[in-house]
Design a binder for this molecule. Structure first.
Ligand SMILES: [Zn+2]
Length: 209
């Protein structure tokens, strides 16, 4: 039996702020007369992540069941609830917006991986995206158990596994965790398990003090 690998997870449940400006009229007394002045008033609308500690824990449980054959366990280390400007002032986070938030929020998982939860992320990987070199992934708002299944796939990317393309000659890929599209199963091959267990991220997690 292989030694269990435990990977801490920092969860960021992000509330995005959308700013808009409204022009309002203001009456101002000037001597005996009144003047109308137009003022720009800033309004901020919050877009919450649609997740909480419980749904994130449940998603990590689902991911752990999928990763169990590899003897890899993800463990919630800390949850953060940042409120930040929506990149580009739009509700849907793009890939470039994802990288922008990593910089703005100074997300640098040391001895861990980080998972960002937002209300809407552009359709990639069926709702998620991973920056392997940074150890950070993002997922859109999904229900149970799809959130966990998507998280498990993104964790796979963080552990150096690439997407598996559609193979017209075989359906095996369709049942694999790393299948590029909607998948029929969550299987991991022994090659994938070896690759994940020996990935750069696992080395970084175990090297960090
Ligand atoms: Zn993928």
């Amino acid at each position: 039996m292989a030694k269990t690998i435990t990977i801490p997870v920092d969860a960021y449940l992000i509330t995005l702020q959308i700013e808009s400006y409204q022009v309002v009229e203001k009456k101002i007394a000037v001597g005996k007369s009144t003047q109308i002045q137009h003022e720009r008033v800033k309004q901020t609308r919050d877009i919450p992540p649609n997740q909480n500690d419980k749904t994130v824990m449940r998603a990590i449980d689902v991911a752990n069941a999928i990763w169990a054959p590899a003897d890899i366990t993800f463990q919630l280390r800390k949850s953060f609830f940042p409120v930040t400007e929506a990149p580009g002032n739009v509700e849907e986070v793009s890939v470039s917006g994802f990288f922008q938030m990593i910089t703005t929020l100074k997300i640098k998982p040391i001895g861990a991986v980080a998972a960002l939860f937002v209300n809407r992320f552009e359709k990639r990987d069926l709702g998620g995206f991973a920056a392997e070199a940074l150890g950070v992934c993002i997922v859109t708002s999904l229900g149970d158990p799809v959130l966990g299944k998507t998280l498990a796939h993104e964790f796979g990317h963080l552990l150096s596994l690439p997407d598996l393309r559609n193979d017209p000659k075989s359906v095996a890929n369709n049942y694999n965790l790393m299948y590029e599209a909607s998948r029929a199963g969550d299987k991991l091959t022994s090659d994938q398990i070896n690759k994940a267990r020996n990935s750069e991220r696992v080395k970084l997690v175990y090297q960090s003090p």
